[in-house]
Write a protein that binds this ligand. Structure first.
Ligand SMILES: NC(=O)c1ccc[n+]([C@@H]2O[C@H](COP(=O)([O-])OP(=O)(O)OC[C@H]3O[C@@H](n4cnc5c(N)ncnc54)[C@H](OP(=O)(O)O)[C@@H]3O)[C@@H](O)[C@H]2O)c1
Length: 289
């Protein structure tokens, strides 16, 4: 079984990105910049934000953290987003989720400009994606596509099943696979007889958020299995996914480990998205001249 080692691939991609960032800095005399907005004290969020900032610095992307108290009101958060939308030095903005109670995620998703949306979650970004004209693509699904591409897993003409229909993973994942000419079945918690679908698939992407939901009996021999699920601290040890991957040896053609599969690809894509947004911003500035 081929291990779809996202950790390894992300190292290669980050090295390539470092060179692209260097070129950007030489051309435009500034660094691409990602601003991470974090509201409240959620300890897991603090860890995720710290990791993203370290990842930015490692490739030469400037990162700035804006910390707001848990007592922050919606209008105060909106003012911050509006200011970042207008700031010419800011290329990407990421609002770390979940937001504390009382704050509305959808407000951010309608307010943040798609030209600043490094995560690719805003309604505007998703609309562009759905229309087949993506500005940038959501990090996790695009990370999966990059992983499949790296390992030369054919997608066109294949039958792919996506388990999970969230707006940030499942639905855009199904869309990206469709754009890559797979025939896609999108399953969710109300899908009767899930196994009947997964057993027929050449590629299964599991993003159900249910620890060890699927195992060998759910996949056909020779399937490619991508496990997006993440259960545990998010810090490596003890982290598991939605798939009982240990059962897949000598059964699947290829599968992702957890940790070290999709997770590192997600962060690499966030960095790549920030550079793409910075490049678009520079092109716009040139056009205005
Ligand atoms: N590795 C990464 O970088 C990364 C990034 C994002 C998320 N994740 C992980 O990926 C997982 C999914 O995240 P998410 O944000 O998409 O979760 P989510 O918003 O909770 O969505 C889960 C989806 O799975 C479906 N589902 C739940 N139980 C199911 C079952 N038994 N059979 C079939 N479908 C089922 C749900 O169906 P309904 O719509 O019917 O409720 C829903 O559509 C989580 O473990 C999360 O931590 C990892």
């Amino acid at each position: 079984m081929i291990i779809l080692d996202g950790k390894l691939v992300s190292v290669t991609r980050r090295e390539q990105l470092k060179l692209r960032v260097k070129k950007f800095i030489e051309s435009y005399r500034r660094s691409p910049q990602l601003v991470v907005v974090i509201v409240g004290e959620n300890s897991a969020s603090q860890i995720y934000v710290r990791n993203k900032i370290i990842a930015c610095e490692a490739v030469g992307i400037k990162s700035t953290k804006i910390e707001l108290p848990a007592t922050c009101q919606q209008h105060e958060l909106n003012v911050v987003i509006d200011r970042l939308n207008l700031d010419q030095e800011v290329d990407g903005v990421l609002v770390q989720l979940p937001l504390p109670k009382g704050l509305n995620e959808n407000e951010i998703n309608t307010r943040l400009s798609p030209y600043k949306d490094a995560d690719g979650f805003t309604f505007n970004s998703l609309g562009h994606l759905w229309a087949g004209q993506p500005i940038i693509k959501p990090c996790t699904p695009q990370g999966v596509m990059n992983l499949l591409e790296h390992f030369k897993i054919p997608v066109a003409g294949k039958h792919a099943v996506v388990v999970g229909r969230s707006t940030i993973v499942g639905k855009p994942m199904a869309h990206l696979l469709t754009m890559a000419d797979a025939t896609v079945t999108l399953c969710h918690s109300k899908t009767p007889h899930l196994r009947e679908h997964t057993l027929r698939a050449d590629i299964v992407v599991v993003a159900a958020g249910q620890k060890h939901l699927l195992g060998k009996d759910d996949f056909k021999k020779g399937a490619v299995v991508v496990d997006v699920g993440m259960h545990g601290s998010g810090q490596g040890k003890g982290v598991t996914g939605d798939v009982r991957v240990h059962e897949l040896q000598d059964w699947a053609y290829a599968a992702t480990p957890v940790p070290g599969g999709v997770g590192p690809m997600t962060i690499a894509t966030l960095l790549e998205n920030t550079l793409i947004l910075a490049e678009i911003s520079q092109q716009k500035k040139q056009q205005k001249k």
